[in-house]
Design a protein around this ligand. Sequence first.
Ligand code: ADP
Length: 626
Amino acid sequence: MEASHISLTRHDQHVPIDYLSSLLLKTAHDAIIVRNFTDQCICLWNQEAEELYGRSAQEAVGQHYAALLQPHVLNGLVDSNEILGREGQWQGELTQMRSDGRQVIVHSNQTLMYDQNGKLTLVLEVNRDLTERRRLEQDMKEYVQLATTAGDLGLWSYDLSKEPDTIISYHETPNLLPAGIPVNLTHYQKRVHPADWQPSRDAVQQAIQTHQDYIDEIRLIEPDGKMRWLSVRGRPMYDEQGHPLHLIGVAFDITERKRMEETLRASETKLRRLVDANIVGIIVTTLSGQILEANDTFLSLVGYTREELMTGKLSWRTITPPEYQQISDQVVQELRQYGVCQPIEKAYINKEGKHVSVLLAAARLDETTDYNICFILDMTEQKDLEKQRELLIGVISHELRTPLTAIKGNLQLAQRRFQRYIQNSQASSSLDSSSIAKIEVSLEQALRQIRVQERLINDLLESTRIEDGTLAINRQPCDLLRIINETVDDMRFIRPTQALLVEVPTQETIQINADPGRIGQVLANYIMNAFKYSPEDRPVRIGVTIEEQEVRVWVQDQGPGIPPEVQPHVWDRFYRIPGNKAHNGESKSFGLGLHICRVLIAEHGGQVGVESELGKGSTFWFSLPR
Ligand code: ADP
């Protein structure tokens, strides 16, 4: 049976055959099946149907429609035949069976048609294959789901046709709002930070009007009061007439990023405050030398204007004197290696060409760039003071020490000549013995005073050397016993009246690695102190104790002793025990002797200490590693 041989009516209307042909032409890409409504036998099967279902017209025509295609209405239990019978028309989506057993999804348009006497009733079914499209749609869904779970992405759509209280749907929004739950605009507004609400509404309107994407960052307030940042992007969709339909979009949580931005901004602000406070000079530079930023303190230090510094003609290299270039290289290397550089002393050449002494410390701003921040302290005043101090030391050592040495030499000469004169003129009693004794005593006293002066000057010099770091120590293998014996000999010479007992081991040598002069100096200092405080009739004892790791030398006196609370302080620079008087009136001192001793012993890797009991005496000791 061919359709062109039949004259048909539709809803009691005459349907001209040319209408049917044009319909068939128009739907040339669709599968067309005509079946008898009464017995459901297929009577027409076009070429597209052959392709779609994998059956030729020959195979299909005459077959029972439902038995062959097994149609199922998608999305519902609707019996299409019943609706067809009642309304003459049915539209919907169907699954149907292909010859190979696979299912196809079609959009089906079925129309009931009658012949003129109403006997033969046919169903014209036009099916469009949706299988591929549905598969793509399903794939798309999967993609989206994958993307949303992988990227913590929220999807949303916003119905623009139903203002003002529009429904917003959130899909797959684990981090945004409960997934898939539609909320209205009022509900949404409650969650958005009040300050962000109006700007976000304006941005949406703007996007709709300009047909552009809506891009925004908004803050959401959680029910527990916590705040979260969302980055939102939406795209307005329009109907064919250009009316806005809805806005579809994505959103993701950027709270962490915002938090980091905040912290960064806070530390930037702190840094800026520090720079602007102008407490110290601050510059931001590159390692190669460019000055990117300088605060006022730095500018006044070098005398250049900000413009002059930043034109690029001047770099920190060009304003560094040649003798400091090497130090600058070290700074750069330290910064590369460790990210910070310890404070160093250097100088800049100011605009007038003069050197400005500074203390500089620097740190890399971050690992990715070669930007550094340098803190610069003006040291001109300190340097001036240092120069004055050096000058003073120079004066002490030359202007004072030289004449003192000359006086001492002359006094010693006078003493010797006088003794020789006395010996030679023993017979002639031109001088009575008491006058001779007086001259001898005053000569001896003068020499003693000079020795005191000499020691004080030496102490001062030594302590300035300690401060400068120029104290020289030359360690070498030497014999401790020899050092002790030589020092004791010297001391006996200086104070022949004082009993000095030496208790050393019987062995011949005690080998140490030390500067013999310095160790002798420390021991002499201990013994001199003991002399100062011990009554002359009480012996001063000196001894050595050898232990596994170290050797200890001690000097014991029977002087007044030292109160326990001040014992730790006797080693401090310029410390003197208040009211502590030497028995022989030798009170001239700076409180430097023991301080120098401690530094000297520490330089040797040893230790110093004192054990003392008031009224009984003190034992000062020092130890040296073996
Ligand atoms: P100075 O160089 O002025 O003598 P020191 O550094 O040698 O000062 O000593 C510090 C303080 O310890 C001084 O006040 C001194 O009186 C006290 N002192 C040092 N040795 C003894 C000692 N053997 N007995 C009592 N007091 C001592």
